[in-house]
Structures are given as structure tokens and as C-alpha cells.
Write a protein that binds this ligand. Structure first.
Ligand code: FNR
Length: 201
């Protein structure tokens, strides 16, 4: 991160964010929300999608000599300064595909790729509580993995109307756009406060 005396804009410079979206669905609301957050964040931030769909089911027998897809997953996360988790809620918890990727990236024991990296947790659902329970479960996991996740504002998006966010990440409801812009401004301050971590613990 930039020097403490730098102007706020300069402090944001060069922040690289690894983005983990917990849905593989083509028209995923959460994918659209992740794009919207990126559009509304600091213009000089860089975002890299983490390919949670490429890794196999976690198998502890493989963690010391992990498949290439897992190595790439861990390298992408380790090269990032900050993390964005944007996830649906499946049966009141985190989708298995996301948890599986988190488990891989957290291993082997002293090679947790996430450690120390500031994170944003967000989610969209068709339900009224907008992924609140899944996010709560995710936050418990992130705390264990030494990931400082921003506490406020919480980002529970009830995806309504159907075109709330289009496939390019454009937000069609001004109040929602304003809210998400504020979320990214808060996240930029959080990254600056916590400090960006490139080194895995
Ligand atoms: C869901 N959905 C859902 N919604 C919710 O608010 N709470 C929940 O516990 C669940 N559980 C659940 C389980 C499973 C297996 C599916 C497929 C769906 C509905 C969910 O919010 C909706 O399908 C979203 O559209 C999923 O997000 P994406 O794929 O659009 O990003």
C-alpha cells in the first residue's frame, strides 16, 4: 500500500483484488453483483477472477502435491492484495463449490493463501434475507483463516427486479447503485486501514 501520508486516491493505487464468486450459473446474480462492485470501485483497482470451478473435490492426500488447477488457484490468491467473496446462499450456507475452493486454498497447513488479506463479503439472492446466513457461515471460516473481513456495511442484496444488475454489471436501480458505490468506498478505506497482504502466512 501507499505511504500513510499519500492522498486517498494515491493510497488506492495498484490494489489487486482476487474475486471469488460462489455460483457457476451463467446468468448468476452474484456474478452480476461482483461485476457491479468492480465497476463502482476505485478506477485504478485491478480484479482477477479466481477459477473455483477448475479444482477437483478436496482430497487431503493430494494437498502436498496438488493438481495444477489448485496451484493456479493458490497463486492467484497469493498474488492479490485483497479479496472479494460474492456468494449465493444454498440451503442457508455457503455453496459447496465455494467451500471446496476455500478448503484447497487454505492448505497445506502452513500455506494458507488467504492469511492477512482484507476481504469484502457480499451476496445476492432471490430470498428476503439476501444471503445473510451464508455470509455469517463464511465469516466464521474467514476468521479462522485469519482474513480480516470488513464488518460494515453488510451487503445483502435481494435481487429484484430481475434486471436489477445486467450481465455487464450495470445497476438499473439508482438507490442500489448508490449503496454499492458506498460499499466499495468503505472497502477501499478498509483495505487501506488493514493494509494489503501479498505474502501467505
Ligand atoms: C437456493 N436459493 C436459496 N436462496 C436463499 O435466499 N437461501 C437459501 O438457503 C437458498 N437455498 C438454495 C439452495 C440451492 C441448492 C439453490 C440452487 C438455490 C435460491 C438462490 O438464492 C437463487 O437460486 C440464486 O439465484 C442463486 O444465486 P445465483 O446463481 O443467481 O448467483
Amino acid at each position: 500500500m501507499g505511504a500513510a501520508s499519500a492522498a486517498p486516491e494515491e493510497g488506492h493505487m495498484g490494489v489487486k483484488v482476487a474475486v471469488l464468486v460462489g455460483s457457476l450459473r451463467e446468468k448468476s446474480y452474484n456474478h452480476r453483483l461482483a461485476l457491479a462492485l468492480q465497476r463502482l470501485g476505485p478506477p485504478d483497482w485491478e480484479y482477477v477472477g479466481v477459477r473455483i470451478d477448475e479444482v477437483p473435490h478436496f482430497d487431503q492426500d493430494l494437498e502436498d502435491d496438488a493438481p495444477d488447477s489448485v496451484r493456479r488457484l493458490k497463486e492467484t490468491i497469493e498474488a492479490a492484495d485483497a479479496l472479494m467473496f460474492v456468494t449465493p446462499e444454498y440451503n442457508r450456507s455457503v455453496p459447496g463449490v465455494l467451500k471446496n475452493a476455500i478448503d484447497w486454498a487454505s492448505r497445506p497447513k502452513k500455506r494458507n493463501s488467504f492469511a492477512g488479506k482484507p476481504a469484502l463479503v457480499a451476496g445476492a439472492s432471490t430470498g428476503n434475507i439476501g444471503t445473510a446466513v451464508a455470509q455469517s457461515h463464511l465469516r466464521m471460516t474467514l476468521a479462522y483463516l485469519d482474513v480480516p473481513a470488513m464488518g460494515q456495511p453488510e451487503v445483502y442484496v435481494k435481487f429484484s427486479p430481475e434486471d436489477l444488475i445486467d450481465m455487464e454489471g450495470n445497476v438499473t436501480v439508482p438507490d442500489t447503485e448508490r449503496f454499492l458505490r458506498g460499499v466499495m468506498a468503505a472497502f477501499a478505506r478498509w483495505v487501506e486501514t488493514v493494509g494489503a497482504g501479498r505474502v501467505a502466512a
